[in-house]
Ligand binder design. Structure first.
Ligand code: ATP
Ligand code: MG
Length: 348
């Protein structure tokens, strides 16, 4: 099994180093790593943020562990040369259409949540976000109206196959958890959402054991804060998922804690922390590596068929937190490496 390691920019290499230490400690038979440049680091070395070699490695690998891209030195570049294009390019080239973002509050971190501890402690959900369609990929442009005003437009569209394949990921995810799926849309206003709802209901016939509910996105935003414990798996479109998953992450504590997976139809995936390259703290040993370590656990579970090893990592993270491991974002003084040490020491 080949894992492509793409550390990227800023704190990316620092957090990937710690995830690699944890993976090495598991001593998994037949697991090999190959590393390549991506983002600003790749641009500086090759003139392109997603070099052909890196893309070829990503295609060849069984899974990709990605750090972060983003480099202030590249801010003035044309859009297609910017570091962020690398992650968009990978999602598109590899057809990674399903983004899974678990939001779980480790009980030890109840004080770090934006919510009251008794509400925050109920958070244990996965948001399944569609990643290849919606308003982000529809026709867009800027034009002049008949009266000469500037008008911007972005077409929102989904076809039924796109909805069906993400709905199935939502139902499958629910089947592996509490068999409860909430589909989020804006079907009272949007045609795309009406289709979304129809197709999710049709797909439900394949998963009769799952309890399906529907919620409008505005209500969902409110419910995530009011009573997040009611959610187990949420499935939603690209735009709504973008917003709701960031909201859920703050309810669940620090941005340095949350992992994500982006999967294709064959469960091949790219795994990355939800945070960015954090140039403000890069090189200072302050980054929390747990989001990346937990992303490595997701990789073992979803792409490499090693759920027990994934459980071991997650248990070690919980134990490290109970033992008092706290990087600065969690209100402590542990360095990036000391956070890694704490997880390694807790591995059983
Ligand atoms: P992107 O556009 O790539 O998502 P961003 O501008 O949203 O990036 P991040 O890089 O995610 O920003 O950082 C947002 C804030 O969170 C910064 O102040 C950063 O220092 C902090 N931060 C991000 N990741 C971590 C981490 N792993 N540990 C500690 N702090 C972090
Ligand atoms: Mg961000």
């Amino acid at each position: 099994m080949l894992v492509a390691l793409l550390p990227g920019d800023g704190i990316g290499p620092e957090v990937i180093t710690q995830a690699r230490r944890v993976l090495d400690a598991l001593a998994i038979d037949g697991l090999v790593f190959e590393e390549a440049l991506v983002g600003g680091a790749a641009y500086k070395a090759t003139g392109h943020p997603l070099p052909a070699d890196t893309l070829a490695l990503a295609k060849r690998a069984d899974a990709i562990l990605f750090g972060a891209v983003g480099d202030p030195d590249c801010d003035a570049l044309e859009r297609h040369l910017r570091p962020e294009q690398a992650i968009l390019g990978l999602r598109k080239e590899l057809s990674l259409f399903a983004n899974l973002r678990p939001a779980t509050l480790f009980p030890e971190l109840a004080d770090a949540s934006a919510l009251r501890p008794e509400v925050a402690s109920q958070i244990d959900m996965v948001i399944v976000r569609e990643l290849n369609g919606d308003v982000y990929f529809g026709e867009k442009g800027m034009r002049k109206t008949a009266t000469g005003k500037r008008e911007g437009y972005d077409i929102m569209s989904y076809d039924e196959d796109e909805v069906r394949r993400i709905a199935r990921v939502g139902f499958e995810t629910a089947m592996a958890r509490d068999k409860k799926l909430c589909s989020v849309d804006k079907a009272n206003v949007l045609e795309t959402s009406q289709l979304w709802r129809d197709v999710v209901i049709e797909t439900h016939a394949e998963y009769p054991e799952v309890a399906l509910s529907h919620m409008y996105v505005d209500n969902c935003a409110m419910q995530l804060v009011r009573n997040p414990g009611q959610f187990d798996v949420i499935v939603t479109g690209n735009l709504f998922g973008d917003i709701l998953s960031d909201q859920a992450s703050m309810c669940a504590g620090s941005i340095g804690m949350l992992p994500s997976a982006s999967l294709d139809a064959a469960q091949k995936g790219l795994y990355e922390p939800i945070h960015g390259s954090a140039p403000d703290i890069a090189g200072q040993g302050k980054a929390n590596p747990l989001a990346t370590i937990l992303s490595a656990a997701m990789m073992l579970r979803y792409s490499l068929g090693l759920p027990e090893q994934a459980d071991r990592i997650e248990a070690a993270v919980a134990k490290a937190l109970s033992g008092g491991a706290r990087s600065p974002d969690l209100g402590g003084t542990h360095s990036t490496r000391e956070m890694g040490d704490a997880v390694l020491a807790a591995l059983t």
